[in-house]
Design a protein around this ligand. Sequence first.
Ligand code: AMP
Length: 312
Amino acid sequence: METVETARGCTDLLDRARAAGRSVALVPTMGALHEGHRSLMVRARAECDVVAVSIFVNPLQFGDPDDMERYPRTLEHDLAVCAEVGVDVVFVPSAPEMYPSWPEPPATTVSVRGISERWEGAARPGHFDGVATVVAALFAIAGRCRAYFGLKDFQQLAVVRAMATELGFPVEIVGCPTVREPDGLALSSRNVRLSPGERRAASVLSRALAAARDAVAAGERSGDALAATMRAVVATEPAVRLDYAVAVDTGTLEEVRTLMDPAAARLLIAAQVGPVRLIDNSAPVDDRAARDPDSHTAHDGADEARRLERTG
Ligand code: AMP
């Protein structure tokens, strides 16, 4: 495994791999690696010849400097995880390496209008511009590859897809199922900041999504009714302050009033739990429930496979 700190060094390594006829995977992360990140790396390892992981806590995507300051940093552990999975290249750039003007922010940024403005974008102004800008820069450094992202950050995945398609990056975007704790809480680097009580309460997000899925399975098709179902579940946990719970169109991320085709919709939820903002999401239908106990994840994969056929 090679660790590189310069963009040039990373590009050279991946160019050489492609010149030797090897396919390249990129897994962008902010470090503090957990099983969710590992699942992306394992899939990349299975599907591509050379796997590159980037570890960069991107200052452009943090609105609050304190939030960035508090973001967990565990480089030694992260490198051990990468080595264990068999990653070939770990790219660990500094801020000036990614943004030569730093500490001045770059003059050139990438904005994806529309889908960036809703939900997480509304709650965190500028967040998705920061994400789109760093991912565009990483794609330029990595070159032709498959890039692996988590469905956990569903809106981010939609923004990255739109950016890569519209700007013509030679990158195939692969969305990977959400990895969860046994009680349903989606793994997140921020979970370590929850107190034991908050940690217990945090599972209410996935329980709210499960209740909405049950309602869809029972025939409910009203977006408002599904939102109300999710709100009611979250209201049972006083430690959790709901921001939004909605059914949206998977393409536009606009709220849907009626789920004509549940497979074309997604349930999104976000809440503040103590010091931490948590997000989660789910497909509203679960067509493999009878056969597969881990069907939520399985459906994520099937849904993603269909999307890939359309966009990949
Ligand atoms: P981050 O380091 O939080 O920026 O995340 C890096 C990548 O890991 C993103 O594509 C995330 O969507 C993905 N990711 C984060 N948490 C999970 C999870 N619980 N399951 C699957 N992927 C995840």
